[in-house]
Design a protein around this ligand. Sequence first.
Ligand code: KIV
Ligand code: ZN
Length: 386
Amino acid sequence: MPSQKIYIFDTTLRDGEQVPGCKLNTSEKVELALELESLGVDIIEAGFPISSPGDFESVTQISRTIKDAVICGLSRAVQKDIEVAAQALKYARRGRIHTGIGTSDYHIKSKFNSTREDILNRAVQCVKWARNFTDDVEFYAEDAGRTDNEYLARVIEAVIAAGATTVNIPDTTGYCLPQQYGEKISYLVNHVSNIDRAVISCHCHNDLGLATANSISGVISGARQIECTINGLGERAGNTSLEEVVMILKQHKDLDLYTDINSKQLNPLSRKVSETMRMPVQPNKAIVGANAFSHSSGIHQDGFLKDAQTYEIINPEEVGAEESKIVLTARSGRSALAHRFHKLGFQYTRDDIDILYLAFLKLADSKKEVMEEDLAQLAREYQPEI
Ligand code: KIV
Ligand code: ZN
C-alpha cells in the first residue's frame, strides 16, 4: 500500500462550470457535490461566491449539506471578495477560502499595470485578510506556469508566512511541459524556507493536452494536492481530469502515492456530470470514454481473448465501466467472430468460422460495425454441408 496521500481537490463546480453552456442551478450543484463527496473527494471547490447571487447561493447550500469534504470558495485578492466567500462558507463544517492573484509578468503588467513588489504585497494582504475568517486558506499564484521561479518562490514564502496553508501553483494557460512544471515544484520545495508549513497544489490546464502529465509531474516533485475536474471539464481545453490522475496513481504503485477516491464510482459519476452539464464525453477519453474498453482490430481482439491483460491495463469493473467490448468491424479476426457467435449461443467449429468469416467480411466492409442482429442473420443464412 503506498504511503503518501495525494489530496483530491475537485473544481468541477467552479473551474469546470466555466465552460460555455455549462450553467448549473443550485440543486444540480448540491446533487453533484453529494456525489463528489461519496466519490471520496477531499476538497470541493463549490464556486466563486462574489461572481453572482446564484453562485453565492450554491456555495451556501453546498456548505450546509456536505459533512465530510472541505468546502472551498474562490475569491480574487480583494477584501470584498474574501468577505463574501467567508459569508457563503459560514455553514461549512470545514470551509476553505481560495484567494490569489496573477504573478506572471503578463498579469502584473498587462492585467494590473503594476509591479512585482506591489503584487507581492497584495498577495500577503489577501491571505492575512482571509485568515480573519478561517484557518484554512489556499493561495493561488495565477499563471505560475509562466512566472519567473525566483519571484514565485518569494511570493510563496511570503504568503505562507502570512498564513496560507495550501499554495496553489496554477499552469493557468496550460503552457508548461511536464518536466518544466515538475522542476518548478522542485524549485519551490528547495527554495521556499517555510514550505513544510503548507501543502503544494497542482492546478493544470489542458491547452497543449498536458494537464494530466503536468499534475503527475508535480506530485512526483513534491506537491501533495491535485486540482481537477470530472471528465477534465474546464475553461478552453479544460482542466486536469480527475479520473486520469486517480487511475495513474493507482496503476503506478511504485510512485508510493495514493488517493481516497473510490474508483468504482468514476464511470457512473462521469455519465452523471456529462448529462447534468450537457457536455458529451469524447468516445476515446481515457477511463470514462465509450471506447475506453472496446477492442476492434483482429490482432488486439485475439490477444485480449487469450488474456485480457495483453491489451488492457485496467479491469473495467475497477472504474465502474461496463465489461470490455469486442466490436466487430472489417478489421476484426476469426477469434472475435467466434467469440461473439459463442456469446449468442452458436457453437461453431473452426471450419464453420472459416466459411462464416468470408460472409462476415463482406458485410463488415459495407458497414461501420457488425451488430448482434447481423450475426443472427448470418447464422440463419449459413447452411453447413453435412
Ligand atoms: O487556472 C487558474 O489559474 C485558476 C485560478 C483561479 C486558481 O483557475
Ligand atoms: Zn483554472
